[in-house]
Design a protein around this ligand. Structure first.
Ligand code: WT7
Length: 677
């Protein structure tokens, strides 16, 4: 196997065992007989991948002006369906109402406290139109950027669709991000309006979003107005800035219920979504209109086997790309009934999800390995208490799924009868790219199986040469696909450099992968300085720069440590300034400091005060050794260190950090002294 750093979870001995065992789940003939996907899709796409997408673009999307050219590929810049015009909100909402589906449920929404709302497609059309009119009244025009910082409430997809209706690109910032993170994104996008809420419910508490928004807005000169949804009422003390802030229920409710969708070019900017890369500054990933809508809707239909009567639940937060593509745009374009749940999976109890599945008759469930492992930890009894027999397809996304979790999901949630689709993709890819097709693919627990029809994925060695089957290397994509990112906002050079320079002519995803003897893809995790914590991408450098921003910190280095629930946990090595004392209190403070700078998800679970960091003679931190310490593994080669003596080959994790407890958010703080063995 080519030397590839593995940073993911579940890609170790279990997978090797399973490869040896070669457990496989062939499609159930009864499922296959009714499946949306067929084996012919692969042949059709292989014969002419551009024609494959062209045909579907004509069938699935509503063109106010037909496109002239399917693809313009000026590597690495792609344009799809050039010359065409359409409106994304029209295709997600109005089209279904016009087809007589106005009374069909678009979203079943459940608030964490138990309150509910049901929105039909006709409701959605009315609410989106009113919100779009409100945006106009607030001065938003086609092309203006709108930032959205909201909990999982119906106004979130309504706000996104209202933007799409008038051609104003949105940038949704996950409600768990800090004020500072919000301000950075608003400023990079130069957003004119912020849509937010007073708060949201999470684990029985009101999360105060408005105060965080207010803090962010001290430093965001482009924001003119703020539209605020009242969600938690008096539970947080939100103040409204006169002349700037306006309540949603006052402004939106009085708008006329009609608003003509604005036709935009296929390549019109639909949204920006910020994601962590290998630097401290998150990248604004650019997604445009027609290709994105096509890619997400075709994959949604085929991979989840979405049918008119399905009740589909993607349990992600809309603030991440999974929610954009598979809660909002893909499923709505297909006229699918979806579920939106505001709160945490353990509130009031760890069977909240199973209650929802039973009550709403959920047929398709899409979630992340970290959630599956957290449920697994709670035991088999909780799902067994509920009737989950409505389920017929299960999906997984966000990180490598370890075979045990795959099998537990398949048996305990899917009752052994549902196909499990492990779907690989990224914020950048916009749509699922490597995945089984239910009813077609024989699955193997832990493998994302094969590229979607029309997708040319490969695993290459360090020189860009395809590795033989059975070996590992770097995952690359060789051909453009309709929902691919069009760039990094405002930075074409960084786009080229980040994705297209490592292997000329190929998109480098940043993931390691191997293909088995049958050609199946097994994802091995990131090969760059990006961690995957509970399915969320966090850059080591972002956390390091937050840490060194604290006055007590001289230097910091961060690595991902394998974690049984969250996949990886953040492990920070910190050297403090002379004269500062290392203590538990300082460790806790540093953790909170990172939470304030980035968001609670970025708080290090492990923090180790250390007098030195292992560095090469040229001053580069040797993360490999830090990873060894974090994992409790014997230290690798230390001969390249400037001062090998300070990093002894046997340096273990101090005992206080050695316990690998699966509780998310539990922090451990330790000290390493120069004299530690
Ligand atoms: C990274 C992308 C795509 C939505 C959620 C994350 C990892 C994603 C899988 C999978 C193994 C996966 C990769 C990828 N990843 N899905 N099925 N198997 N790894 O989006 O934040 O852009 O992260 O998540 O490492 O590069 P994201």
């Amino acid at each position: 196997m080519t030397e590839v750093q593995r940073s993911g979870t579940g890609s170790g001995p279990e997978i090797e065992n399973l490869l040896a065992e070669s457990r496989a789940f062939p499609p159930d003939p009864a499922f296959a007989a009714q499946a949306n996907a067929t084996a012919e899709l692969y042949e059709e796409a292989a014969a002419d991948p551009v024609a494959f997408w062209e045909r579907r673009a004509r069938e699935k999307l509503t063109w106010t002006r037909p496109f002239e050219r399917t693809l313009e590929w000026d590597l690495p810049f792609a344009k799809w369906f050039v010359g065409g015009q359409l409106n994304v909100a029209y295709d997600c909402v109005d089209r279904h109402v016009e087809a007589g589906l106005g009374d069909k449920v678009a979203y079943h929404w459940i608030g964490e406290p138990g309150d509910r709302r049901t929105l039909t497609f006709a409701d959605l059309q009315r609410e989106v139109s009113k919100a779009a009119n409100a945006l106009r009244e607030l001065g938003v025009q086609t092309g203006d950027r709108v930032a959205i910082y909201m909990p999982m409430i119906p106004e979130l997809p309504i706000a996104m669709l209202a933007c799409a209706r008038i051609g104003a690109p949105h940038t949704v910032v996950f409600g768990g991000f800090s004020a500072e993170a919000l301000a950075g994104r608003i400023n990079d996008a130069q957003a004119k309006l912020l849509i937010t809420a007073d708060g949201g419910w999470r684990r029985g508490k009101a999360v105060d979003l408005k105060s965080a928004a207010d803090e962010a807005l001290r430093d965001t000169p482009t924001i003119e107005r703020v539209l605020v949804v009242r969600r938690v009422g008096g539970a947080v003390a939100s103040s409204m800035a006169a002349g700037r802030d306006v309540w949603w229920h006052e402004l939106v409710e009085r708008q006329p219920p009609e608003c003509l969708p604005v036709p935009v070019d296929s390549e019109h900017l639909l949204y920006l979504l910020y994601t962590s890369g290998t630097t401290a500054k998150p990248k604004g990933i650019v997604h445009t209109s027609a290709g994105y809508l096509l890619g997400t809707s075709v994959t949604h239909e085929m991979i989840f086997d979405a049918k008119p009567d399905d009740v589909y639940w993607c349990a992600a937060d809309i603030g991440w790309v999974t929610g954009h593509s598979y809660i909002v745009y893909g499923p709505l374009a297909n006229g699918t009934t979806g579920v939106l749940y505001e709160g945490a999976p353990d509130t009031p109890d760890w069977d909240r999800w199973w209650q929802i599945v039973e009550e709403l008759g959920v047929t398709i469930l899409y979630t992340a390995p970290t959630a599956i492992r957290a449920f697994m930890k709670q035991g088999d009894a909780l799902p067994a208490k509920h009737d989950l027999s409505s389920l017929r397809v299960l999906g997984s996304v966000g990180e490598p799924i370890n075979p045990e979790a795959w099998l537990w999901y398949q048996r305990n949630i899917g009752g052994g009868r549902c196909p499990v689709v492990d779907t690989w993709w990224q914020t950048e890819t916009g749509m699922i790219l490597i995945t089984p097709l239910p009813g077609v693919t024989t699955t193997k627990p832990g493998s994302a199986t094969s590229p979607f029809p029309g997708i040319d994925a490969d695993v290459v060695d360090g020189e860009g040469r395809p590795v033989p089957l059975g070996e590992g290397g770097y995952l690359v994509l060789r051909r453009p696909w309709p929902a691919m990112l069009r760039g990094i906002y405002g930075d074409p050079d960084r786009y080229r450099e980040t994705y297209w320079s490592r292997f000329p002519g190929m998109y480098f995803a940043g993931d390691g992968a191997r293909r088995d003897e049958d050609g199946y893809f097994w994802l091995l995790g990131r090969v760059d300085d990006v961690m995957n914590v509970a399915g969320h991408r966090i850059s080591t450098i972002e956390v390091e720069s937050a840490l060194v921003g604290h006055p007590s910190v001289a230097e910091a280095a961060v690595v991902g440590k394998t974690d049984p629930v969250s996949g990886q946990a953040i492990f920070a090595f910190v050297t403090i300034r002379v004269g500062v004392e290392s203590a538990d209190a300082l460790g806790r403070e540093l953790r909170e400091h990172v939470g304030r700078a980035i968001g609670p998800i970025a708080r290090p679970k492990y923090l180790l005060f250390t007098p030195d960091l292992p560095k090469t003679r040229s001053g580069k931190i040797v993360r490999r050794l830090l990873r060894d310490v974090a994992e409790g593994a014997p230290l690798g080669d230390t001969t390249t260190l400037a001062d090998p003596a300070s990093w002894r080959p046997s340096a273990p994790v101090p005992p206080e950090l050695r316990k690998n407890e699966p509780a998310i958010g539990l922090s451990r703080i330790g000290w390493m002294r120069r004299s530690d063995p």
